[in-house]
Design a protein around this ligand. Structure first.
Ligand code: UDP
Length: 439
């Protein structure tokens, strides 16, 4: 352990970001990569543009990953040895947290000290609290998903995850929640102190996601993704990881119930070759529902391909069981396409029902079909909602979101300068006992 430099004169602020279980460079929209990966990559880039030195640490999950690579000017990504260099489920990575923590410390020993640690997801938080303790600097955490929230939506999680989240909360100086709903959950279910929890929404790249010529986008998309059959009729877009909680099956079942446009097709975009089983299940369901020829599949698209996809779609559907924020809906709305989504989590706060999209109260095909019918059958309404949606999403611009995150950091640094970390006393022991349970 090295002594922290308490003066900041003449040097840039330095941030260590823990993203243990998944890399910000992983392809979003595939099995283990989604909103959090996009968030960590974009936030790092913006903080670097705002003058911070940012180092992100992730577990090495392939043998040929370089030790270090540049994410953006001023932001680097380190691959840390911890456990076998293969892809592992997050829960198994729990057993390698100590190795990861020590690996980060070894790398950091050769670098300038960090001013602050920001961790993403509970596994990373376990390393983050320990490193912040060793480095005597503040720790901020963002969970992205919480075990106890998933349980409410009938997705059981191992008890040591929730125990781990509690530990991270107890030992963190700030917890950043994406919505006031998440804040209430952190306080009510996890016992976080109100003063610890700050609400900062996820950021949006408005340079990429904005309104532009729909016809041009449809033409480009028809060329780039012929498998969608863009010219065949209006597209109902599902885009994201092909996991059951995202609810693509609900849309397949809704499709035959839509009366206003029998030529509407469902575009299911996401996943890669590892998701063939889920695609087969959806194809089978489409065949049983009599809409086999109207459900089109495409693999995950890269970030540059997304704006045309959103603009070319008539509506973007997000029928998830739960979303802590739901970047897809916000990206679609910013691109001028209304969203139809379940009234849960972040979706209930980012979508203004009847103005920028429609929220559906329960996850039945009838409810989704009725909402989709309403929009597909009324071009005027769809146009007005798309226009309002694009205008309202500017509140999520990365420029203001990154500024709000920096405000949190600055508050933590001032508080530390005044009084030292208030959290340290709550967490005298290491996380070893918890990790034994995880292994
Ligand atoms: N995404 C992507 N390509 C795809 C599918 C999804 O880049 O083919 C991105 C999408 O644009 C969004 C993120 O993955 O930024 C998904 O985030 P969201 O919050 O909607 O869901 P999560 O994956 O976090 O559950």
């Amino acid at each position: 352990m090295r002594q922290r430099l308490h003066s900041n004169f003449g040097r840039k602020r330095r941030l260590a970001v823990m993203s243990t279980h998944t890399s910000p460079l992983a392809r979003a929209g595939t099995t283990k990569a989604g909103g959090m990966n996009v968030y960590v990559a974009d936030l790092s880039r913006h903080l670097a543009e705002m003058g911070w030195d940012v180092d992100v640490f992730t577990r090495r999950d392939r043998i040929d990953a370089p030790d270090m690579e540049e994410l953006a000017p001023g932001a680097r990504l380190f691959h840390v040895d911890a456990g076998p260099p293969i892809s592992l489920p997050p829960i198994e990575i729990g057993a390698h947290v100590s190795e990861f923590t020590n690996g980060v410390e070894r790398i950091a020993d050769g670098l300038e000290p960090y001013d602050l640690v920001h961790s993403h997801y509970w596994v990373a938080g376990l390393s983050g609290i320990e490193l912040a303790r060793r480095w005597q600097c503040p720790h901020a955490v963002m969970f992205h998903t919480l075990g106890a929230v998933k349980e409410v939506f009938q997705q059981p999680e191992p008890p040591f995850r929730i125990e781990g989240e509690r530990r991270v909360i107890a030992c963190s100086d700030a917890i950043i929640g994406a919505t006031s709903h998440e804040r209430a959950f952190l306080i009510g279910q996890y016992g976080a102190e109100a003063s610890q929890v700050r609400v900062v929404p996820c950021g949006l790249d408005l340079e990429a996601f904005h309104r532009a010529g729909i016809q041009e986008s449809r033409c480009r998309l028809a060329q780039a993704m012929p498998e969608l059959g863009v010219e065949d009729g209006p597209g109902i877009l599902f885009v994201g990881r092909l996991e059951q909680a995202k609810g693509a099956d609900l849309l397949v079942r809704s499709l035959p119930l839509i009366k206003s446009r029998s030529d509407a097709n469902l575009w299911v975009v996401g996943g890669d070759e590892r998701d063939e089983d889920e695609r087969s299940r959806l194809r089978q369901l489409a065949a049983e529902s009599g809409v086999e020829d109207r459900v089109r599949f495409a693999s995950a698209v890269d970030r540059q391909g997304l704006p045309d996809l959103y603009r070319a779609a008539a509506v973007c559907a997000v029928p998830s069981a739960y979303e802590s924020f739901g970047l897809v809906a916000v990206e679609a709305m910013a691109s001028g396409t209304p969203a139809v989504a379940t009234r849960v989590g972040g979706l209930a706060s980012t979508i203004a029902h009847g103005r920028t999209g429609l929220l559906v109260g329960d996850r039945r095909p009838e409810g989704f079909a009725a909402a989709l019918d309403r929009l597909l059958g009324d071009n005027g309404l769809r146009g007005r909602m798309g226009e309002a949606a694009a205008a309202e999403m500017s509140v999520y611009s990365w420029r203001s979101v990154a500024r709000s995150i920096l405000d949190v950091y600055e508050d933590l640094l001032s508080a530390q300068a005044d009084a030292g970390s208030a959290r340290e006393a709550c967490c005298p022991d290491s996380v070893e006992s918890l990790l034994v349970a995880a292994s």
